[in-house]
Design a protein around this ligand. Structure first.
Ligand SMILES: CC(C)(COP(=O)(O)OP(=O)(O)OC[C@H]1O[C@@H](n2cnc3c(N)ncnc32)[C@H](O)[C@@H]1OP(=O)(O)O)[C@@H](O)C(=O)NCCC(=O)NCCS
Length: 168
């Protein structure tokens, strides 16, 4: 078996939306984001008033992962995080999450929230590793499948990312 190629994290730009959408439709077949949703998030990701941080992981000329965070006052939300299936378990999800938590720290957010499908154990394990705790449910949050969301919260994101490296 060939080893997955090492990836580099960088800011997501508008020209990444097409390859990101391709991954999005594979990884979230029931509730994939639209092109317009990515465009509108990226519209708030640059400049002094930026409230979003969006990243891609690039291996050679391929996008192999992406993630995004929105900040609003004291609170940040993990908007999305995804890694191509061939790279699952390689730590890439952790690297993307680390960088989002760094961004939450830079936005001076005291807590980070997220929703995760209740049946997505792999993602929940990743979040727990970073200190997220389950605080409740949103019934029927994911439509059309009517799947519940687990709501998770991390307080003080800066303590979860101290001394970590993102690339490699
Ligand atoms: C969730 C996701 C981003 C994780 O990415 P990843 O690159 O696999 O993440 P990592 O390798 O950093 O960590 C994976 C963690 O999953 C857990 N894990 C690994 N294999 C697992 C398995 N077979 N079953 C359950 N959990 C498993 C482990 O806790 C692992 O952490 P560890 O390093 O402590 O062992 C990726 O699986 C993905 O893109 N899934 C589809 C999209 C998605 O569900 N996104 C999250 C929406 S809430």
């Amino acid at each position: 078996m060939t080893e997955p190629m090492t990836s580099v994290l960088r800011e997501m730009r508008w020209w990444d939306i097409d390859p990101v959408l391709e991954l999005e439709r594979k990884l979230f077949p029931d509730d994939a984001w639209s092109r317009g949703m990515f465009w509108s998030e990226l519209a708030h990701a640059r400049g002094p008033e930026a409230t979003r941080k969006y990243l891609v992981a690039e291996a050679g000329d391929r996008i192999v992962g992406y993630a995004g965070l929105a900040s609003s006052g004291e609170q940040a939300d993990i908007q999305t995080i995804a890694v191509t299936r061939e790279q699952w378990g390689t730590g890439l999800g952790g690297r993307l999450l680390t960088e989002l938590l760094r961004a939450a720290t830079a936005f001076e957010c005291a807590e980070v929230m997220l929703e995760c499908r209740v049946d997505n154990i792999r993602a929940q394990k990743l979040y727990e590793r970073f200190g997220f705790e389950a605080i409740g449910f949103r019934r029927g949050y994911y439509q059309p499948g009517n799947v519940d969301a687990l709501v998770m919260r991390l307080t003080d994101p800066s303590t979860s990312v101290q001394g970590t490296e993102i690339n490699g």
